[in-house]
Design a protein around this ligand. Sequence first.
Ligand code: HEM
Ligand code: HEM
Length: 179
Amino acid sequence: MQQRYTKTAIALHWLIAILIIGAFTLGLVMTNIPGFSMTKLKYFAWHKWAGVTVLLLAALRLLWRLFHRPPELPDGMPAWQRGAAHGLHHLLYVLMFAVPVSGYFYTLAAGFPVVYFNLFQLPVLIERNLELAETLKAVHYWLTMSMAALVVLHVAAALKHAIIDRDGTMRRMLPGRSL
Ligand code: HEM
Ligand code: HEM
């Protein structure tokens, strides 16, 4: 039986995790820089590029996931824990899309097109609308904070399985030689 996630699923999990944590940190740092500066502008651009990259990789990841079943959970795991793990994973998948999409539409509503890596402009799907921008800013904030709370739960669960249960759950998502 398959013991681990596929190499592709593992690579996408960790790449997306690093980008989300990076975009989150940058988001907090950049919004706390007072006034206007080139550094602030640069951080906003990096934040948007990292976020859009998460969106693209999440689409790839979801497609991959639809065609590759994950390995079965350990036999002895109680039903409520299986349910909680599945529910949490579903929510994280939803937020991997909802968080960057809300940031993207907020930016457009505020009147700024997104120029990906300063190379090409991404589609301007809505017109400038400052009232909508205020709402989307709050939506982006609360979705992001909900995601942060769920990621903390997710990491706590992963560490509990690795350190207390030692049931191999963590190993399924770590790069290793045999698949
Ligand atoms: C995984 C993806 C993302 C995460 C985790 C994330 C996280 C955050 C965080 C933590 C903040 C600071 C919230 C605050 O204190 O107000 C923020 C603000 C912001 N984000 Fe994102 N974001 C993501 C994607 C995006 C994308 C794709 C865009 C646009 C293309 C974007 C545009 C913005 C903007 C413009 C702000 C500043 C809001 C303000 O002026 O207060 N974000 N984001
Ligand atoms: C922003 C950060 C993260 C997000 C969005 C995230 C999301 C996810 C999702 C959606 C899954 C389910 C994969 C699937 O079935 O297709 C998963 C699995 C997993 N994640 Fe994360 N993850 C993050 C960070 C982490 C971190 C930091 C750790 C370790 C400390 C971790 C450990 C694991 C493990 C061990 C699994 C496999 C669980 C199982 O076998 O059922 N994740 N993650």
